[in-house]
Write a protein that binds this ligand. Sequence first.
Ligand SMILES: Nc1nc2c(ncn2[C@@H]2O[C@H](COP(=O)(O)OP(=O)(O)O[C@H]3O[C@H](CO)[C@@H](O)[C@H](O)[C@@H]3O)[C@@H](O)[C@H]2O)c(=O)[nH]1
Ligand SMILES: [Mg+2]
Length: 196
Amino acid sequence: MTVADRVRVHDVRVLSDDWYVLRKTVFDFRRADGVWQRQSRETYDRGNGAVILLYDLDRRTVVLTRQFRYPAFVNGWDDLLIEAPAGLLDAASPEERIRAEAEEETGFRVRAPVKVYEAFTSPGSVTERLHFFVAPYEPADRVSDGGGVAAEGEDIEMMEVGFDEAMAMVADGRIADAKTIMLLQHAALAIFPHAG
Ligand SMILES: Nc1nc2c(ncn2[C@@H]2O[C@H](COP(=O)(O)OP(=O)(O)O[C@H]3O[C@H](CO)[C@@H](O)[C@H](O)[C@@H]3O)[C@@H](O)[C@H]2O)c(=O)[nH]1
Ligand SMILES: [Mg+2]
C-alpha cells in the first residue's frame, strides 16, 4: 500500500487563481489504525523552484542577494532580505532555470552547478519543492550587473560576502531565509574547510 491508497479526494475548489493558485481540497485519509477520516486542506501552488550557492574556495567568499520581500516585511522583517539567488522553474529544468536566475540576479555566469538535494519548503500548506545547487565561481565569471528584471518589480543587489561572515550572519539573525541557511550549512559541512 502506498500513501496514494490512503487518500480519497472528494472535492477540489479553487479559492484563488491570480498570480499563483490556492485550492481547498476535501479528502478522506486512512489513518494508521485503518479508520478513514475526513479532512480539508488548503494548498498554495506556486510551482517549484531552484536556489544556488556560488562559492569561491580561494577567496573564501559566497554570492548572495538582497531584495525587498513583502511577505517577510508584513511578518515583521523591516529590512531587505538576504538570500541565495533563486527562482521559480516555470517550464524549464531546475539546472537550466538556476543558471538563468543566478545570472539575472547576480550577474555571475554559472559554470558547473551541482545538485545537492531537493526539499519541501513549507509542506503543511505550500506545494513547492525546491532544488538546491552549489557551484564554484571566480570574479571573472561576472558578465553583467545582475539586479533582476526591473519590469517585474525586481530590484536585487548582489552581495559578495566572506563565508565566515555569512555564517556569523546566520548565527546573529541577519540572514533569516531558510533556503539560504540550508545552503550555507551545507557549505560549512561539505565545501569550506574550517577556518584556521
Ligand atoms: N505581480 C506579481 N508579481 C509577483 C507576485 N509574486 C511574485 N511575483 C514576482 O514573480 C517573480 C518571481 O521571481 P523568481 O526569482 O522566479 O522567484 P523568487 O520569488 O525569487 O522565488 C524563489 O525564492 C522563493 C522564496 O524563498 C522560493 O520559494 C522559490 O522557490 C524560489 O526559490 C518576481 O519578479 C516577483 O516579484 C504577485 O503576487 N504578483
Ligand atoms: Mg528570485
